[in-house]
Design a protein around this ligand. Structure first.
Ligand code: BG6
Length: 488
């Protein structure tokens, strides 16, 4: 049975989605399964989806690709009637067919859903293909009544991001543009804002006086798979850091916004980016997994990094002197997404030598950004029994235990709905992105050499020097507590 969708969650008007890059990796993994869920669960009043890509295929072949994507990557079961309905709203236009054919397909779709519909153009294409796609939409006369979602990375450096913004503005108005960063659509990312600003408990200690350092660590077990064409020219820094990790850093570090509207949040995030010191190449470790150069489509002498770890600073009143350590990479030992806040240790210890105090690192507040989020606060407590032996203990929260996990929308689903409703709150801004490219310039201009690392490891050895005298939280010394089985 369909769940009742609360009013205001979905768009008011029927939507015609033009999905450029419709047969690509992101589209198959996330966008098509996400659109399927949004349509079949009733979030969108009516919808038509026009796939566009370089592949010269017809609509039947596109339907087969979509079905394959739902079966392979969808998290939910595909019921026969839901699939029949969804396959009926799909259309396909090969890029080579030109603007006029695309326009006709959109007009047909609009005629089918009613004149009150809105257009959502989703550009799921690499940076170099973004402008040609924007031009195509302009030539097809599809700008009016539309919104456009641009995938990251937005440009590849400061100059290209500035040019892309300028060209984009020749066709679309700023309020039509949604620069997506799907990490901001993750439920636990928004929970950072709730946790920080809806509670009085931690705010007084959320600063340099109490926090020693912060880690944002997103190791992945995946290889580049079939994405070499995209990844070779992108690498881990542009793919993950200048995008997702810096956005998460902004949520963690920003001042309280005056309200939750897009302008106020955008302003506070921008202030964080403005206070960031330029990334120094000597504070960066670039790595590449053994075997990357043998992957299909990869240059045998590739210098593209599949791993990056770095130290950066936010030079403002709240954070001056507090290092932020960021790490992410492919083909690592574990897939995790954590933010770990390390608190300062007490100034003096009265506990006898050998009691164990401080032996397992400082107290930590840890956010796990998995879809079903988890949080943990670790501290030293007394081990029961005689004497005074201390152990690291923790308070843990798991969304699983609340019984609300079923309500979680996948990040792309949430953001597609927001774009359809015209809500910019969880999207990135042009000035914010340009500033991030600006702080990245020293690194992009003189990147340190890539160091090879074994598949299934935690990266090149020099990551330990980068963080010394601290240590990486991952791999965890103590595993998360298993979710409460009765919690539903
Ligand atoms: C994408 C990157 O934006 O994010 C991928 O292009 C990466 O390389 C992915 O694997 C990670 O996202 P998630 O939601 O799976 O953590």
């Amino acid at each position: 049975m369909k769940k009742k969708i609360p009013p205001g969650v979905g768009p008011k008007f029927p939507q015609v989605v033009v999905l450029v890059g419709a047969t690509g990796d992101l589209s198959r993994r996330k966008l098509l399964p996400g659109l399927f869920h949004l349509c079949s669960a009733g979030f969108i009043p009516a919808c038509r989806i026009i796939g566009v890509s370089l592949d010269d295929i017809d609509v039947e072949a596109f339907r087969r690709i979509v079905r394959g994507a739902l079966d392979e990557f969808g998290q939910r079961e595909v019921a026969d009637d839901a699939w029949r309905a969804f396959s009926g709203i799909l259309d396909y236009v090969p890029l080579g067919a030109g603007p006029q054919v695309l326009r006709e397909a959109v007009l047909r779709a609009e005629a089918a859903v009613g004149t009150e519909s809105r257009r959502l153009h989703y550009l799921s294409v690499p940076p170099a293909a973004a402008l040609p796609a924007v031009r195509l939409l302009g030539e097809a006369g599809l700008v009016e009544n539309s919104r456009i979602v641009m995938e990251k990375p937005f440009g590849t450096d400061l100059a290209s991001a500035v040019t892309l913004n300028a060209r984009l503005h020749e066709v679309f108005r700023e309020e039509q543009i949604f620069r997506i960063d799907h990490f901001l659509g993750k439920e636990p990312a928004q929970n950072i804002l709730a946790f920080r600003f809806a509670n009085g408990l931690f705010e007084p200690i959320w600063n340099r006086n109490f926090i020693d350092h912060i880690q944002i660590d997103v190791p992945e077990t995946l290889t580049v798979g079939k994405r070499a064409a995209f990844y070779e020219g992108t690498g881990a820094y542009r793919d993950m850091v200048v995008t997702h990790l810096f956005q998460i850093l902004a949520f963690t570090a920003m001042e309280p916004p005056t309200s939750l509207d897009p302008k106020s949040i955008g302003e506070e995030k921008f202030k964080v980016f403005r206070s960031m010191l330029p990334i120094k190449p000597e504070d960066v470790v670039r790595g590449q997994y053994n075997g990357y150069r043998a992957e299909e489509g990869v240059d045998p002498e590739s210098e593209t990094e599949t791993f990056i770890a770095l130290k950066c600073f936010i030079d403002n009143w709240r954070w001056a002197g507090v290092p932020f350590f960021l790490r992410t990479g492919k083909r690592l030992a574990e897939g995790q997404r954590i933010i770990s806040i390390a608190f300062r240790e007490p100034p003096k210890s009265m506990f006898p030598p050998g009691s164990g105090v401080g032996a397992q690192g400082p107290d930590h507040l840890t956010f796990d950004l998995a879809d079903a989020s988890k949080m943990s606060l670790s501290f030293y407590g007394k081990r029961p029994g005689p004497g005074m032996r201390l152990d690291k203990l923790s308070l843990q929260f798991a969304m699983h235990d609340t019984g609300m996990v079923g309500d979680v929308l996948e990040a792309y689903e949430r953001l597609i709905l927001d774009a359809m409703r015209g809500d910019h709150t969880l999207f990135t801004t042009a000035d914010g992105i340009e500033r991030l490219w600006e702080v990245s310039t020293p690194l992009l201009e003189s990147p340190p050499p890539v160091r090879l690392y074994p598949e299934g490891s935690w990266g090149p050895k020099s990551i330990h020097q980068l963080i010394a005298p601290h240590a990486w939280r991952l791999p965890f010394e103590r595993a998360w507590r298993a979710p409460n089985a009765s919690g539903g």
